[in-house]
Design a protein. Structure first.
Length: 233
C-alpha cells in the first residue's frame, strides 16, 4: 500500500491524530551497538492496511497505537504549544569542508543517533576524510525529528533520505521506552485550529501525552519511561 497524494494527519482537539490517505503504519526500533549508541532502525511490525485510522495522542489507550477513546475518560489536555517559526529561522548552520550541517536543537527528542562515531558534528568538521562525509549524511538522516539535516557544500541543497509517506511507531529498547510517531515523507499535518504545520521530510509527533511542545515530541517519553502496551505485535 502506498499513501495517496491527499494523505494528511489531522490533530484533533484534546483527541487523537486522524490519519487519512492510506498512509502505511509500521513499528520500528532503534538498535544500539556495544557502545550503547544506536546505529540503525529495524522494522518490527507492519500494521494492517487502513485507509483512515486514529492514533493515540494521550498515551493511555488500551489499543495502542490506535485511539480507543480513553482521552475523553481522563480529560486529556492536548493543547498545541509548538513553536510555529519556520525551521530555517530556528536553525544553526555548522560548516564542514565537503558538507554542512543544519542543527535545530529545540527539535531534539533524545534518539541519540547523532552520538555515533564520535558525534555527527565532528564527522562534518572532518568530512573530507575517508568515509566521514557519508557517515555524517547517514547519521543525520536517522534523526527522526529532523533536528539534523546535511546540505551540499556551496549549493546548500539538502541531502535527505528518500522517504515515501509513512508513519513509524518507534521503540527504544535500549532505554526501555516507547518513542514518538516518526512521520516521514512530508505528510501534511493540520492543527486542531486548521493551521498547517511546516511540511518536512522528518518530524516526530508526541504519543505519550506529556510533551510540552504539542503536537511534537520533546523527549518526555524518556524521562517518564513511557510504554505503549501495544498488543498488535
Amino acid at each position: 500500500m502506498a499513501a495517496r497524494k491527499d494523505a494528511r494527519i489531522k490533530v484533533t482537539k484534546d483527541g487523537p491524530y486522524i490519519v487519512t490517505g492510506n498512509v502505511p503504519l509500521i513499528k520500528e526500533a532503534a538498535i544500539r551497538g556495544k557502545d550503547g549508541v544506536p546505529y540503525e532502525w529495524r522494522k518490527l511490525h507492519e500494521y494492517e492496511e487502513r485507509g483512515t485510522y486514529s492514533l493515540c495522542r494521550c498515551g493511555r489507550s488500551g489499543d495502542a497505537p490506535y485511539c480507543d477513546g480513553t482521552h475523553t475518560k481522563i480529560g486529556f489536555d492536548g493543547t498545541e504549544t509548538a513553536d510555529m517559526k519556520l525551521y530555517k529561522e530556528r536553525s544553526k548552520l555548522i560548516e564542514g569542508p565537503t558538507v554542512d550541517l543544519v542543527d535545530t536543537t529545540d527539535l531534539c527528542v533524545g534518539a541519540q543517533f547523532c552520538h555515533r562515531a564520535g558525534g555527527v558534528w565532528k564527522l562534518v568538521a572532518h568530512s573530507d576524510e575517508g568515509n566521514k562525509r557519508d557517515l555524517a549524511i547517514e547519521i543525520s538522516g536517522n534523526c527522526p525529528a529532523g533536528r539534523l539535516e546535511t546540505c551540499e557544500k556551496g549549493s546548500g541543497e539538502k541531502v535527505e533520505p528518500p522517504f515515501e509517506m509513512s508513519i513509524s511507531v518507534t521503540e527504544d529498547p535500549g532505554r526501555k521506552a516507547s518513542g514518538p510517531l516518526w512521520v516521514k515523507g512530508g505528510i501534511p499535518i493540520e492543527s486542531a485550529e486548521g493551521i498547517m504545520y511546516e511540511p518536512r521530510n522528518r518530524v516526530t509527533l508526541c504519543r505519550c501525552g506529556r510533551s510540552f511542545k504539542m503536537p511534537y515530541c520533546d523527549g518526555t517519553h524518556l524521562r517518564t519511561g513511557f510504554k505503549d502496551g501495544d498488543k498488535h505485535i
